[in-house]
Design a protein around this ligand. Sequence first.
Ligand code: SD4
Length: 288
Amino acid sequence: MIPTIVSTWPHGLSANRAAWPILSARDGDGSAMDAVEAAVRHVESDPDVRSVGRGGYPDRLGRVTLDAAIMDDAFRCGSVAALEGVVHAVSVARAVMERSEHALLAGDGALEFALSVGFERERLLTADTLALYEAKQREARAGTPNFESHDTVVSLAVDPSGHIAGASSTSGLMNRLHGRVGDTPIIGSGLYVDGEVGAAGATGHGELAMRVAASALVVERMRCGASPLDACRSVIDMIRDRLSPRPDQQLALLALTTKGEVAAAALLPGFAYAQSDAEGHRMVSVEA
Ligand code: SD4
């Protein structure tokens, strides 16, 4: 069913609602690329989402570093890694794609590029997130930390013309070392799009997705004839069987085909995504 947009986690629902007018434009001209960027920007702006954009959780040094990516159906892509001080990392990623000759910019260079093309610098660490960070640091000193965190936003959309695109943004796992880059900005790991087949994205413990290029693997399995559900499940099964994740490590994969078929699979219970299409906006829970 097209157009369709899917976005990870409960914050995906308001993200989809924000993007839907773009995707379903009356003249049938909705752009998948504009829609996924709008969806992700919506989550980046929300200070109450602790894992993305403003209010995102800092690294061990207390610095909020953002990873983001965007990709269209002609293998055009842009990413930023460990970007500090710019809330809409996904739009910087799009600028990398559209206004530079590169696919990925990191750290200070990503910030310099963002400022040079007109993005503004701002403080992303909110008082609430700072208080949470300090509480977690106290827990860590007491030897009882719980750092499990996995709410990256990934949005995948197919528009009325059949164009498909994906975008993602995260502040990364809690308690990460300064300089750690996760799966989100690594094309093929946290996000992948092939205009002949579909798109896939990952959320959860990024290292698990990076070790097997999980999103590219899902799309390639769909190309070879697997349904989106079988593709997602087979990659999750492979990660469970061959990478031996810790019992508390979550990884979820979400897939969308160019025909608007959607599926997801996860290592652990608790993953949900928002789906919006002609039948409306709704949350879908995924069984592990
Ligand atoms: C990462 N995948 O940096 C991200 C973390 C996250 O939902 O929150 N995923 O590993």
